[in-house]
Write a protein that binds this ligand. Structure first.
Ligand SMILES: NC(=O)c1ccc[n+]([C@@H]2O[C@H](COP(=O)([O-])OP(=O)(O)OC[C@H]3O[C@@H](n4cnc5c(N)ncnc54)[C@H](O)[C@@H]3O)[C@@H](O)[C@H]2O)c1
Ligand SMILES: O=C(O)[C@H](O)CO
Length: 331
């Protein structure tokens, strides 16, 4: 007889499912589409643990899950967690940072290159049989090598982006963060800058902060006005960090030159979003960590964290707010 019952709210690799099956009684939502909220609430009514991604976990969620002890996010970001409510209810909460840093940083550089050299736009140009001459100045882009990259949010992923920019493209890397990052300064030569200074100097501004009270709509009209009019904004953090209406206006009015986005205020993006009609914007469907291998490792870590927490064993992936509150998984 297995001690714990858990619900997995998202399809995970078979190996990880087998691992969970060997420890717990479980049920899994195995469809590609997102689990409807009413089914989720029904499924969590008698479970001790839940594994999920991009689902709001708040007081209402916990009211539907009276036995819940552990909630395990299959993601690095956990802005979907109401952390105050989690602490108040004494629930353990885990996430999956670090394992995805290289994968997300690769995509960020992909956005830098594809916006600067207009790769998706010019791919369409070739397919549509509009190619007349390779020398046309209308096909020109911007150099990435040797340009200035300003990283806002020099955490785990920010540092991986900085490494690629510095050692792969010889870019000058400056950064702004809540705290100085000594490792990024020492190992990569990244130079700290105040926010406004970074905006004024950068050819590319890459946002890699979480969304929180200090970053929600941090990138707005006032900020775009302080960026170079030749600059490109890259956002693979969370859509809410950027005011999308202001961004669309800034791109239309030439306050900035382009944007490469993996994340949006509303996901999937609304059909009437003006960004869809702009050719100086590259749009991706929130695929920062989406490789088979990285998503498998994220599911593995989330499953191990959930089971360790349920068994009262040490778990290194508790969210920082619980660590700061000196909470541990160990009984
Ligand atoms: N596109 C994707 O698929 C994808 C994948 C993984 C993570 N993410 C997002 O990226 C975010 C960053 O991930 P991470 O693992 O690097 O997190 P992290 O915690 O290691 O780094 C975030 C950094 O942002 C800094 N920060 C926070 N508020 C700030 C502010 N107001 N001004 C300046 N800096 C601030 C923090 O001090 C920290 O150094 C996640 O929270 C998540 O939202 C997106
Ligand atoms: O935060 C993350 O890990 C990504 O956005 C995937 O959800």
């Amino acid at each position: 007889m297995k001690n714990h019952k858990v619900f997995i709210a998202k399809k995970i690799p078979t190996e990880v499912e087998k691992y969970i099956a060997s420890h717990c009684e479980y049920e899994m939502w195995d469809k590609d589409e997102k689990i409807p909220q009413e089914i989720l609430y029904e499924k969590i009514s008698d479970v001790d643990g839940v594994m999920l991604s991009q689902v709001r976990v708040d007081g209402r969620f916990f009211d539907y899950a009276p036995k819940l002890k552990v909630v395990s996010a299959i993601s690095a970001g956990y802005d979907n967690f109401d952390t105050k409510e989690i602490i108040k209810r004494g629930i353990l909460a885990t996430h999956t940072p670090k394992v995805l840093d290289d994968t997300v940083a690769d995509l960020v550089m992909g956005l830098v290159l594809s916006t600067a050299r207009r790769i998706p736009e010019l791919d369409r140009y070739v397919r549509e049989n509009r190619w007349k001459s390779s020398d046309a100045t209308t096909l020109f882009g911007k150099d990435v090598s040797h340009a200035v990259l300003g990283i806002v949010g020099m955490g785990n992923i920010g540092r991986s982006v900085a490494k690629r920019a510095k050692f792969g493209f010889d870019m000058e890397v400056i950064y702004h963060n809540r705290k100085r990052n000594a490792e990024a300064e020492r190992e990569i030569g990244a130079v700290y800058a105040e926010f406004e200074e970074l905006l004024g100097k950068s050819d590319f501004v890459a946002v890699m902060t979480p969304v929180n009270e200090s970053t929600r709509k941090m990138f707005n009209k006032g900020v775009f006005e302080k960026m170079k009019d030749s600059a490109i904004l890259i956002n693979a953090s969370r859509g809410e960090v950027v005011d999308e209406d202001d961004l669309a206006e800034a791109l239309t009015n030439g306050l900035i030159a382009g944007a490469g986005l993996d994340v949006y205020e509303k996901e999937p993006i609304g059909r009437n979003n003006p960004l869809l009609g702009m050719k100086n914007v590259v749009l991706l469907p929130h695929i920062g960590s989406a490789t088979q291998s990285t998503r498998s490792k994220m599911a593995e870590i989330a499953a191990e964290s959930m089971i360790k927490s349920l068994n009262g064993e040490a778990c290194e992936y508790l969210i920082p707010e619980l660590k700061n509150a000196k909470l541990t998984c160990e009984k």
